[in-house]
Every structure is written in C-alpha cells, then in structure tokens.
Ligand binder design. Structure first.
Ligand SMILES: CC(C)(COP(=O)(O)OP(=O)(O)OC[C@H]1O[C@@H](n2cnc3c(N)ncnc32)[C@H](O)[C@@H]1OP(=O)(O)O)[C@@H](O)C(=O)NCCC(=O)NCCS
Length: 149
C-alpha cells in the first residue's frame, strides 16, 4: 500500500515507494552513491546495485514537483536504516533530515544504521541529528560505525 505520510512543505512530499518508483530511486541512489563513494570503476555504478540492495526492505521517497529527489530504505524487522541518498543537486536543504524523520516516526523502537567511517560527511550528518555511536567493525570496503537513535 502506498500512502502519503506528510506534506512537509508546499514543494516536498514524502511517501512510501512502490515498484514503479524503483528506476527513479536507482537513479538518485547512483548519483549520490557515486558522490559519496567515487573510487569504484565505472561499471560498478549500475541500477542493479540498488535493486539488489533493497531486497526485503521498505523504501520511502521525497518528491519535489513530482520528481523523486531522495530515497531511504529500511529493514523493519531490525529497525535498521539501510540507506539514505539525496540527489546531490538538492543536498543541504533539509531533505535528508525530513526523509529520515518520516521513517523514524514509523519505527516502534530504537533504530540503528551503519555508516562507512570514510564517509565523514554522512557520519557528521547523523551525529548532528542526535545519532550516537554504539559500535564499529571492518568490512571489505573499510571500517564502519554503528549508530543508534
Ligand atoms: C548525508 C545526506 C543523506 C544528508 O542529506 P541532506 O539532505 O544533504 O542533509 P540535510 O540538509 O537534511 O541536513 C540536515 C541537518 O544536518 C546538518 N548536516 C548536513 N550535513 C552535515 C555534515 N556533514 N556535518 C554536520 N551536519 C550536517 C545540516 O546542517 C542540517 O542541520 P539542521 O537541521 O540543524 O539545520 C546526503 O548528503 C547524501 O545523500 N549524501 C550521499 C549519500 C550518503 O552518504 N548517504 C549516507 C550513507 S547511507
């Protein structure tokens, strides 16, 4: 079921995403992913990377003028925010914060997420919003931190 959660501003709508939205979500994901993790070879940045990453998860999107400009994917069984990507062209305008808040409003308890330590911008963003570090680990891609709110 898709439904509109909140009309946060005249030009910003946040709602749950459905399968029809997935290509547009993948485009936003790839643009923001490439910005945050630019060192992969060109063939790494393909829509399939997004489609595979969201299996079993619920997606939420922010739209401006009917266009998807940010996407969040959450795995509810563990209250785990798996990913949050805002179109680079509209970052820094409160869209990531609003989309994250909309997801957290639906959570039944404490939420967690993991973030690459090298992605200092995102780690600072989450800490600014009150997430606190509760763990760390090492992946093939490098060290990560676990954050909780
Ligand atoms: C990280 C990201 C999701 C933030 O979204 P955004 O829309 O640009 O951020 P917002 O404009 O909503 O910022 C919200 C608040 O965080 C603050 N903030 C944003 N970036 C910050 C940073 N690097 N350090 C500290 N605070 C930051 C803003 O000042 C704002 O504060 P306020 O609400 O008190 O005014 C976005 O930049 C992005 O998509 N990055 C690339 C993909 C990525 O790294 N995703 C996270 C990994 S899953």
């Amino acid at each position: 079921m898709r439904w509109i959660l909140n009309e946060l501003a005249p030009d910003l709508t946040i709602r749950q995403a459905g399968p029809d939205d997935h290509p547009a979500c993948a485009a936003v994901f790839l643009a923001a992913y490439r910005q945050a993790f630019p060192l992969h070879p060109p063939e790494y940045y393909v829509p399939e990377r997004y489609f595979e990453s969201i299996t079993g998860e619920e997606q939420w999107v922010a739209l401006q003028d009917g266009r998807i400009i940010a996407v969040l994917s959450v795995y509810w069984p563990e209250n785990f925010i798996h990913s949050l990507y805002v179109d680079p062209a509209v970052q820094g305008r409160g869209i990531g914060r609003r989309l994250l808040a909309a997801a957290l409003a639906r959570a039944k308890g404490v939420c967690e997420l993991k973030c690459d330590k090298a992605n200092k911008r995102a780690v600072s963003f989450y800490k600014h919003l009150g997430w606190r570090e509760v763990g760390e680990g090492m992946a093939e891609t490098g060290p990560w931190v676990r954050l909780r709110k």
